[in-house]
Design a protein around this ligand. Structure first.
Ligand SMILES: [Zn+2]
Length: 73
């Protein structure tokens, strides 16, 4: 993947969920239960799959990028 900020190549790697699945939750002021029911929450990893979230890193810009098409849940 090419970094959209500096246009250098990015290093492919991953974040391991270890014991708990990772989710992306939109930032809003609300209760934990409201967050659980939010349809906009994106599940990033699961125990039944690899448990890895593929991520690209640009060491120049200090940015990470996740391609939603590579999420395995
Ligand atoms: Zn960059």
């Amino acid at each position: 993947m090419i970094c959209p900020y500096c246009e250098n190549g990015m290093q492919r790697g991953w974040v391991d969920q270890e014991r708990f699945a990772l989710k992306w939750i939109p930032e809003e002021d609300r209760s934990f239960m409201e967050q659980l029911l939010d349809k906009n929450v994106i599940k990033l990893t699961s125990l039944s799959q690899s448990g890895r979230l593929i991520m690209y890193h640009c060491s120049e810009c200090k940015k990470f990028i996740v391609d939603e098409n590579e999420i395995e849940v």
